[in-house]
Ligand binder design. Structure first.
Ligand code: UDP
Length: 423
């Protein structure tokens, strides 16, 4: 786990590359060591804006110890700023994902100034700088750039608000590379080298490691989650793009036919000021179901609980309206559970419809309900989809593959070449 010490995020999960051998095999581990050989003693720094809650932090937490283990001195810094800053950057996030939002000059000014203030506390003397997402993007303005800077954008950029992108463009173009999660997020109007790097999960983290039946039972008892009927679960921040209100509509249809329970589990991220507002709307919409115990809303941040919920659920939902990648999908597939999800963003990279789960148009409420009912009535189908999904994740979306991508990227950064294997 990670904790914050000033602006430095300290993460030591005690794991080394060797620990992953039983899962990914000798060949992958040896190949990683070979790729790291040319990078010994290099130093890099990751900068993002939260050390918890959300896919970006999850990945960095696991990546930092592994990069250090293979000989690259890796630091992780967290941009801090006033709450107004995070409101603005949350709106940036929404606008980059296609929502029409206008920004005043004052807001843009606060965005840049927060980065400038932060730069006074952040010494950068590393061999490479990796900036995650729009929050710390303008940091690059405030340094004498003597090393490669990479902008790792985790947002779905397929239909961005062009006015905002235009505002961010000057900063983006100062970077050496921009890295996105999907081919569709490349922006042709940005004259910068753009690479693809798929996200990944750590199979040994608290979120994903094997849990005993006793541990699962204890966690469910602690959070008062009964298992007397099938559980349908969506693990996601309370965010409009995750469509928790749409999930309630789906559940009402399912509940008419099969007695089951819905869990919506979404911890509140410190850099996400909208969370409680959306939570309130869901609570209002599902009041009767919450009172009858058929819907349970959870807002605690507990990785073991997420792990347990993903393992005991009969069906996992991800009914997002936009989704950069959707690590919750990867995590659920890794637990061997069937996932029913929207055919958007990075989700189709992970689920083959009818093979490793089901994909639907995000507005297809009846379709979601029908697929859930299909699995509730035929649990063997769910087990089969989940089994195939787990193997797909093992091959494509584990942290060792992400580490490999980073090593390829760093090798290409320090020794530029046209043959970069980061896809
Ligand atoms: N998450 C969590 N607790 C919650 C909700 C989400 O730990 O209550 C985690 C989830 O397990 C996943 C990450 O937050 O690791 C969300 O990543 P994803 O890519 O699905 O969406 P994002 O929040 O980055 O848009």
């Amino acid at each position: 786990m990670a904790f914050l010490e000033g602006i430095t995020c300290v993460c030591d999960n005690g794991l080394t590359l060797e620990d992953y051998k039983p899962i990914v095999g000798d060949e992958i581990v040896s190949s990683i060591r070979r790729k790291a050989a040319t990078l010994q003693g290099k130093s890099i720094v990751h900068v993002n804006s939260t050390y918890q809650s959300g896919g970006v932090a999850e990945m960095i937490i696991s990546l930092v110890p592994l990069l250090n283990d293979v000989g690259i001195r890796t630091h992780w810094k967290i941009l801090n700023g006033p709450s107004d800053f995070f409101t603005i950057t949350k709106n940036f996030h929404n606008a980059l994902q296609g929502e029409p939002v206008r920004f005043s000059d004052e807001e843009k000014h606060l965005y840049v100034r927060t980065n400038e203030d932060f730069s006074a506390h952040l010494t950068i003397d590393h061999d490479c700088v990796i900036i995650h997402d729009p929050q710390p993007l303008p940091l690059i303005r405030f340094y004498q750039k003597t090393q490669p800077w990479i902008w790792r954008c985790h947002v779905d950029l397929s239909k961005p608000d062009m006015e905002l992108l235009d505002f961010l463009k000057d900063d983006i173009l100062k970077y050496d590379w921009m890295v996105v999660s999907h081919e569709q997020y490349r922006r042709e109007n940005l004259p910068i080298e753009q690479k693809i790097c798929r996200p990944a999960i750590d199979p040994l983290s608290e979120k994903n490691r094997e849990l005993s039946a006793d541990t699962i039972a204890e966690l469910l008892a602690e959070y008062e989650i009964p298992t007397d009927k099938p559980l349908i679960t969506q693990i996601s921040r309370f965010d409009k793009w995750k469509d928790p209100e749409g999930v309630i509509d789906v559940f009402r249809l399912v509940r008419e036919e099969v007695n089951c329970r819905l869990i919506l589990c979404g911890s509140m991220a410190p850099d996400d000021p909208e969370g409680w507002m959306i939570y309130g709307r869901v609570e209002e919409k599902a009041r009767d179901l919450i009172e009858s115990g058929d819907v349970i809303l959870i807002t605690v941040e507990n990785h073991l609980l997420v792990n347990a919920l993903q393992r005991v659920s009969t069906v996992i939902l991800q009914k997002s309206l936009r989704e950069g990648f959707g690590l919750t999908v990867t995590e659920a597939l890794w637990k061997g559970r069937p996932v029913i999800a929207s055919r958007i963003g990075g989700i189709p990279l992970q689920i083959q419809d009818g093979e490793t789960g089901f994909l639907l148009d995000p507005t297809d409420t009846e379709g979601f309900a029908e697929r859930i009912l299909r699995i509730l009535k035929n649990p063997a189908l769910g087990d089969e989809l989940g089994r195939k999904g787990k193997e797909y994740v093992r091959v494509h979306f584990l942290i060792t593959r992400l580490l490999t991508d980073y090593l390829d990227m760093l090798n290409a950064t320090f020794v530029p070449s046209d043959q970069i294997a980061c896809t």
